[in-house]
Design a protein around this ligand. Structure first.
Ligand code: BTN
Length: 321
């Protein structure tokens, strides 16, 4: 009911909505409405009440609101079960535990802050309170274990496209899955998985998006390499809107992937890439590889053409542009 009441206020932002109108449209008593408004107030929504006019929604809380998130969510499965936390060590750890106790595909874990957010290659992920989207999504694709890199690339495409739709920023993907704006990292993806009989049993897609951080929210050493959507777009972004857009985009691409395989995802990734056809450098177990990033293969590996024309595949690691 709280969701339906909020929906009514959102249909007429700024305006007063009378108790009588709410009662008529939602078919509930005036006393029940009062009780729900009080519940919403306790959750951080601010209402102004005026005699004979009714209620006006003045402000919404800047904490994760499950009600609001679910209200605008157009997915069938992804995010339909949400677990929201204040401070956690890592949303990844929570998601693994939830899977162990039977959480279904699509379960989403969101936190305001992480004290031990983890990034790729054992790095830490800076996750200050209330400023970003720190989330983990449970997936159960019954595909071979070696398809995991494809899912990583799919996640990057979904993230990039949803950010393009919600924010006015020029964003691209650096192989394999870093999202960059003007060369600085704004988002990262970490997939952790468990397999059984050479098939994936489950995948936890960990997504970090630096949404509303200001320059001073970053430690000195990150300021030259990291940025946020708010810094780059010049406007605060509503986190719920971006999560909704991401989950919908992901659900559509995931369905496409399960039906048609990696090829259509590869084309989308290539269109968003800031890596292809550019000189890159990377470290491999057999030494430094330098060359032009040429293409993505069907496994998600990057094909690099070196100065002497040799084609080398890069399967993991970091590249320098
Ligand atoms: C990277 O680019 O290195 C990947 C960063 C992934 C960070 C996200 S934030 C939510 C989830 N929980 C974690 O501990 N890590 C991922």
């Amino acid at each position: 009911m709280n969701e339906r009441i909020l929906e009514l206020f959102q249909q007429s932002p700024e305006a007063y909505v009378s108790g009588e109108e709410i009662s008529r449209r939602l078919n509930v008593s005036r006393t029940a409405i009062w009780k729900h408004i009080e519940e919403l107030r306790a959750a951080g929504y601010e209402f102004e009440a005026a005699p004979r006019k009714g209620y006006r929604l003045v402000s919404k809380p800047d904490k994760w609101q499950v009600t609001e998130l679910l209200q605008g969510l157009r997915t069938k499965v992804l995010g339909q079960k949400v677990h929201v936390y204040g401070e956690v060590d890592s949303t990844q750890t929570i998601a693994h535990a939830l899977v162990a106790s039977g959480a279904p595909e699509g379960t989403l874990v969101l936190a305001e802050a992480q004290t031990a957010g983890r990034g790729r290659m054992g790095r830490a992920w800076h996750s200050p309170a209330g400023k970003g989207i720190w989330m983990s999504l449970v997936l159960t694709p019954r595909v071979p274990v070696y398809f995991l890199p494809q899912l990583t690339l799919l996640s990057a495409v979904a993230l990039c496209r949803s950010i393009q739709k919600v924010c006015q920023v020029d964003i691209g993907i650096k192989w394999p899955n870093d999202l960059l704006i003007k060369g600085k990292k704004v988002s990262g993806i970490l997939l952790e998985s468990s397999g059984e009989d050479e098939r994936l049993k489950y995948v936890i897609a960990g997504i970090g998006i630096s949404v509303n951080l200001k320059v001073e929210d970053y430690p000195e050493e990150l300021r030259s390499v990291a940025t946020s959507l708010a810094i780059e777009s010049g406007a605060e972004i509503k986190r719920e809107t971006l999560v909704q857009a991401f989950l919908l985009e992901f659900e559509e691409l995931y369905a496409l992937y399960l039906e048609k395989g990696f090829s259509p995802i590869r084309l989308l990734w290539e269109a968003l890439s800031v890596t292809l056809k550019r000189p890159i450098r990377t470290h491999s177990p057999s030494g430094v590889i330098e060359g032009i990033a040429d293409s993505l293969d069907d496994s998600g590996a990057l094909t690099v053409i070196t100065g002497n024309g040799e084609k080398i595949k890069v399967y993991s690691g970091d590249i320098e542009l």
